[in-house]
Design a protein around this ligand. Structure first.
Ligand code: FES
Length: 331
C-alpha cells in the first residue's frame, strides 16, 4: 500500500472542512459534500476546476503544464479533479466561476452518421449561448435524466442559435450509445456552459493542429470561424484515425483547403494494412509533428489524453513553449 493513497484525509475548501475518502479526488469529495465546485470535464482537460493549494500536499494524476500557466503552478494552483490528498490539505477556489448559471434548453433537430461510431447531432437552442469556437458544453438528454456529458461544439456560434456536436459511441457508454444509436431527433436537450479555454488565439505565426477521433469537432469549429473572419496565416491540421472508414468531414475540409490557400489537411492512418491502396501518411499522428511542424509558433491539440500528451512532448522538442500549446483532451 502506498503511503497516503489509502488514508482518509481532511480538506478545507475556502475554510469549510470536508472529508476525502481514500482514492477520491478533491473535486469528487467537494461535490459529494454539496460544495458547488466549478468543473466541466472531470478528466483534467478543461482547467475549470483549478484551485489554489494553500496547505498540505497532493498527488496529481496528470500533467497540468498546458492547462495552468507557469505562474499559476508556481503559485500553487492545482486541478481539483486530478488531485488526491497525500496529507490533510487546504485549498481556495473561486466558487463564482462555476458554469451553473449558463443553462440553455433546446431540441435535437438532426442526426447524421459521420463514421461507423461517430454521429453528428444538430441542436436548435431556445436562446443564444455565448461561446467561442473551440469550447465545450455539458449536455443532458431528456431521456437520460441526470446523465451529464461534455462535448465540444463542432460549429462556430451562429445567429440562428443552431449548433452541432460530434459524439463517438463509447463501448458501454449510456449517453453516447443513446446519442449515436437511438432515435433522438425531436428530443429535448439541455446545455450548460460554455467551458474551456481552447480557442484560436490571434497571431501571425504558422499554426499546427493535431486532432484524433471526435477531437476534430472543436478544431473544425475553430477553422470555420477563422476562415469566416478572413484568417490568412498558415495552418496545418494533422488528423489521426485508424482506418479510412474513420475519416470524416472530408468535404468540409476540402472546402477549407480550396478557399484558404495556406491551410493544409494531413490525414494519418494508424491501422491500414500493408498493401492497402491508402496513399497518405501511415502510423501514429504524433510521429508526423516533426515533418509538418515547420515554423509553427502555436499548436492546438484535441483528442485522447495519450495523443495529447505525446503531441505536447513532441512539440516541446520542436521548440514550442508550454504557453504556445493549447490542448483539449477527453476520455
Ligand atoms: Fe478538472 Fe476539467 S474539471 S480539468
Amino acid at each position: 500500500k502506498f503511503l497516503g493513497v489509502t488514508a482518509r484525509h481532511k480538506a478545507t475548501v475556502n475554510g469549510r472542512a470536508i472529508s476525502v475518502e481514500p482514492g477520491e479526488t478533491l473535486l469528487q469529495a467537494a461535490l459529494r459534500q454539496d460544495i458547488d465546485f466549478p468543473y466541466v470535464c472531470r478528466v483534467g482537460g478543461c482547467g475549470t476546476c483549478k484551485c489554489k493549494l494553500i496547505d498540505g500536499r497532493v498527488r496529481e494524476m496528470t500533467e497540468t503544464g498546458y492547462l495552468l500557466t507557469e505562474d499559476e503552478i508556481a503559485d500553487g494552483y492545482i486541478l481539483a479533479c486530478q488531485s488526491t490528498p497525500r496529507t490533510d490539505v487546504a485549498i481556495e477556489v473561486d466558487l463564482k466561476s462555476a458554469l451553473a448559471g449558463n443553462v440553455v434548453r433546446g431540441h435535437i433537430v438532426g442526426k447524421t452518421a459521420l463514421t461507423h461510431d461517430i454521429s453528428r447531432i444538430d441542436v436548435q437552442l431556445e436562446a443564444a449561448l455565448d461561446y467561442r469556437a473551440g469550447q465545450f458544453a455539458e449536455l443532458s438528454l431528456s431521456s437520460l435524466p441526470g446523465v451529464l456529458r461534455t462535448y465540444s461544439f463542432a460549429t462556430p456560434p451562429s445567429a440562428d442559435n443552431k449548433t452541432s456536436f460530434f459524439i463517438r459511441r463509447v463501448p458501454g457508454g449510456q449517453f453516447s450509445t443513446r446519442a449515436v444509436d437511438g432515435d433522438i431527433v425531436g428530443e429535448a436537450v439541455q446545455l450548460r456552459g460554455p467551458g474551456g479555454a481552447f480557442w484560436l488565439r490571434p497571431g501571425s505565426e504558422p499554426v499546427i493542429m493535431v486532432a484524433g477521433g471526435s477531437g476534430l469537432a472543436p478544431i473544425l469549429a475553430m477553422l470555420k470561424d477563422a476562415k469566416a473572419r478572413g484568417e490568412t496565416r498558415p495552418v496545418t491540421l494533422l488528423f489521426g484515425a485508424r482506418e479510412e472508414r474513420d475519416l470524416y468531414a472530408l468535404d468540409e475540409l476540402a472546402v477549407l483547403e480550396r478557399d484558404w490557400p495556406a491551410f493544409t489537411f494531413v490525414p494519418v492512418l494508424s491501422a491500414v494494412a500493408e498493401g492497402d491502396a491508402w496513399a497518405g501518411e501511415r502510423g501514429m499522428v504524433t510521429d508526423y509533428i516533426g515533418k509538418y511542424c515547420g515554423a509553427a509558433g502555436a499548436a492546438y491539440l484535441c483528442g485522447p489524453p495519450g495523443m495529447v500528451d505525446a503531441a505536447s512532448s513532441r512539440l516541446r522538442t520542436q521548440g514550442l513553449v508550454d504557453e504556445a500549446i493549447f490542448a483539449d483532451r477527453f476520455v
